[in-house]
Design a protein. Sequence first.
Lengths: 156, 407
Amino acid sequence: MKLDKYLDRSLWVFHLNTGSCNGCDIEIVALLTPRYDVERFGIKLVGSPKHADVLLVTGPVNRKMLPRLKLIYEQTPDPKAVIVVGTCGSSGGVFYDSYNIVGPVDKHIPVDVYVPGCPIRPEAIINGVLKAWLKLERLRGSSGVEIEKKIEEVNA
Amino acid sequence: MSVSTYKIPIGPIHPSLAEPMTFNFEISGERIQSVDLAPGDNHRGIEFMGRNRNVVQIIYLAERICGICSASHPFAFCRAVENAAGIEVPPRAEYIRVIISELERIHSHILWAGIAAEELGFNSVLYLSWKVREEVLDLLEMLTGNRINYGMFMIGGVRRDILAEQVPKIRETLQYYKDAYQTLEDVFLKDPSIALRTKNVGIMTYEDALHLASVGPTARASGVKKDVRQDQPYSAYADMDIKAITPDIYSGEVNGDVYDRIIVRILEVFQSVQIIEYCINNLPEGEILSEPKIVKLLGTLKKAKGEGVGRHEAPRGEVIHYIKLNESENPEVWKARAPTYNNLMSWLPMLQMQEIADIPIVIASIDPCIGCMDRVTLVDPGSNKKQVLTREELVKLSIEKTRRMVR
């Protein structure tokens, strides 16, 4: 598999729910199970933000979870990428006018990839994680041209 | 008491499986003395938002109360509005509603079974049950256009019809689940190591279940024959003879432990298969909406005045929606009561005097929309020493206990 050669350092993902309806969250679990099986790409859900390269944030961010969102962002070691999964985290979605919602997520922490959908399909999350991988590659010093070349090789 | 007890706060953030929720445990040695719950991490103010929207917009909001119960909440909400405004639902729509909500029950119960197995350390069983679950999601996607959050319900009916060419695929999926019964029974009910970990763990007695007003499979596993579909038949359920499933049907006895909760949910999957089969065989012809023009429907609802209650048996138990319409565009009051709200208190008797390693499976056993945990802090009040356990370590404790007992 050529893919594995370039995903030399497996992406470990931490999932944070900031008040989501659970729809996106069960799709994230579905990613691990045989139909989608992201572990074949080395993508793995981890139990602590300190082990993670990528932060998957679901939910529209409510008041009680806001300090925890910031804390967990700070606990994730650099270089890191943040992916917002679902419409409500990207823009507020159906939860746009509540007294208890202080989102969307990008108001409080920098976001690299948005995966819209309510809920998203598992394939879309895989695509989002691959986009985050491109960002991490750039942070690790690969130039744009090199990344383009790598993608072409992966696609070939 | 000078013998030191430990305090363990768990949550609110946890990596994979459910929503945020904080628990505070008082521990003596390995045994739990008392539990305190601190919910509110997932509060979004949905009822408040509903009061600023019109009734059709609220259906989509109700759907997003919970992504797993995304047929149950709109079902109960639509029934409440129809009750308040006196709208009749065509029979074909009632049957389609029941088919969708029973398909949801299949996916929800199998999802739960997989998560319960994962908490015990059987990851292969998690993979097996979620593989079985994907079939019903495929069917739901074909019928409604989405894997989760179906957008199927509308005041006075449903938004999409079931076409004749879709029926063979439904039958095929039902046959798949009939064949899968043997596998699920072997894996969950006949496996000695699952029985070792779940029998006599997290017991809730019949009396406790009544006092704490538990609902759904949690109450039925304690022997309470309570099921809205049986007690107050509604919609297409009224045409069928549905009986509440209690564990004595399978094992001949009621213990109210985690094992009994597994029995109830596995049997209910196959009850749902039978209900869907009945609906497909007896699907009436006719309209699917009492008023297809949404603008006209909203006009009627704007003039409506009155109160309505909608009840539905969701996968986790009874869900109730109450609505008060007062001749205006927005409802005056909207109140939703989800089953987990009732079942939260069931944790208190279940967790008493259990081991720390049993926390994950007991918490998961009521099928909460909120469940596992990220981090555990052990605080010794005597020395004020803090020890932080991650959820992984907690699950590791659970897995080690399984291995120990299997040996």
